[in-house]
Structures are given as structure tokens and as C-alpha cells.
Design a protein around this ligand. Sequence first.
Ligand code: GDP
Ligand code: ZN
Length: 312
Amino acid sequence: MNGTVYKSTGSWYTVKSSDGEFYECRIKGKFRTQGIKSTNPVAVGDVVEFHLENIGDETIGVISEIGERKNYIVRRSVKLSKQTHIIASNLDQVFLLVTLNNPPTFTSFIDRFLVTAEAYDIPVILLFNKMDSYSEEEKFEVHWLMDLYSKIGYKCIPIEAKQGKNVDKVKELMLGNTSMFAGHSGVGKSTLVNALETGLELKTAEISEQHMQGQHTTTFAEMYDLSFDARIIDTPGIKGFGIVDMDKYEIGDYFPEFFELKSDCKFNNCLHLDEPKCAVKEALENDEVAASRYRSYVQMVTGDEDNPYRER
Ligand code: GDP
Ligand code: ZN
């Protein structure tokens, strides 16, 4: 039989078979794991092959194989810094909720999130929430941001989760897909999921504060079927993705607007910092690359908090 993992406790996996039944499964013996070394061989979202076995008078599922993951997100354990935990796999998209204030979402955070998502091969949709609460000036800023990110290729939707405005547009994108909601604590994730009438209450809000303080609690993601044809992967305390180790030469690959430019840089190993005849810096001077994006890029490449392009 084959199915999809909906829940994991670390030793038991709840698998929904292709005929719609749920089975409690274990893994037994060794089987082919995917390239990555992780503390958990099977993750929520994995497509697995399993069969039923009778143990005593109990029938349990035994997972024998994992299908290839189209993508996955990880969390690093703080205590065991080298250990990687796969939070979830096979996501169709992540909605990143952004608010200008209450709480502020800085472009450095958005960009870091987008870079990680590009590296993980996960499409991101930006939801600019609390549109009702902004002054004219702030609205202008939001539209400026939406313009910036749409030009790079990210879908942007202004919403008012509390009033339910544009929530139908979010719902439409969710149909048939597995989605996740991310963003700082307080941006309105739970409010949005309520407004979507999913029949689900998110765990995110309760635990995120704790997680933000860096206390690592072993938390497991869980997948839910919604009241309409869509699935949500809920994970306590997710505001961003785990940081992946990225080579500094790799980071530019995850800025889509650099893509066309790179081949015009004089040096093919150009880091777009102080090299001569750099097409990215030229585009920056011509306002074809946004200053905030370039600033985020430099921050990620140099890891230098004092770099001149750093956001205050
Ligand atoms: P979460 O931590 O991301 O799950 O955020 P919540 O859903 O708990 O929302 C945090 C606060 O923002 C709550 O007081 C919500 O009522 C409020 N909020 C959510 N959406 C909106 C909105 O569209 N407009 C306004 N003004 N407030 C909102
Ligand atoms: Zn360059």
C-alpha cells in the first residue's frame, strides 16, 4: 500500500493510505533514506510504501520505503548542533504573512526567508496582512513592497485576515495543495486560518514565543485535511525556516533578479561586492535591483552585521 505521513511522534507514524484510511505505522530495519542525514528518517508529508503486519493480536503498518521528496524543510537542534530534523516534506507552497508594524516585518527577514525557500525549492506567496490598520503613508510602503516582490516573481496579496478581506484569494490558491503558514508571531496566522473556515485551529501561536527565545523543544509537525480540498502542515513555532548552511557563492543563485545579470559580470565567480564591472552593482545603481534586496544579500554573504548596506 502507499500513503502519506500525516503525523509523527518519532517512533509512530500516522499514514493516510491512498484509499483514505489512517494507519499507525512503524519503521523496521533499514531502508533507503533520502540523501540528507537527519534525526528522523520519515517526515510529515513523506509519501511512503507500507504493509500490514500482525504482531500478537495487533495489526500495525510497517513502512518499507519513502518516495523521493520534491522538497523538505529542516530544523537544527540547538543542543545537538550538527543534527538536522526534517520538519516536513512535499510542500506545494508556503504563505509568508507580513505586517508593516504590530509586529514589524523587516525586508531582511523576508529576504532571508525567500532565499531559504528558494534553496529548498518551495514556492512562497507573500500575504500583506492588516491592510485596514495602515496610514496612507504605510499603505504606500506596502504597495511599494508588493510591487518590488511581484517584479521578482513572488505572488503578493494584500489581505485583512480579521475582516476576511481577500481571504477567498488565499483559499483559491490552497485548493488541491499542501500549504504552510509562516511569519512572525502576531502577524495573524491563526486569524487567517480561522477566516479560511478550515475547521482547524493552529498550534503556531502558543509555542512560537518560546521558540523565539531559542529554547529547543522537540516539536513535530502535523498535516491536516481541511473542510475543503486542501491540506495544511502545522508546526508549532515556525516563523522562518531552519538556516541551511549555504556557501557564500551559492546565495546569489537564490536571488531571482540576479539571475539574468550574473552572466554579465566580468568575473564568473563574482560575489557582487567590490569586484569591478559587476552587472548586479550596475543594476543596483540604475535602480533595477532594489537597495533593500542588495542590502539583504550583502548581509547574508558577509554575515557582517556592520556592513554599510545593513538595515538599521
Ligand atoms: P499569529 O500569532 O500569527 O497567529 O497572530 P494572530 O492570528 O494571533 O493575530 C495577532 C493579532 O492581530 C490579533 O489580535 C488579531 O486580531 C490581529 N489581526 C489579525 N489579522 C488582522 C487584520 O487583518 N487587521 C487587524 N487590524 N488586526 C488583525
Ligand atoms: Zn557581480
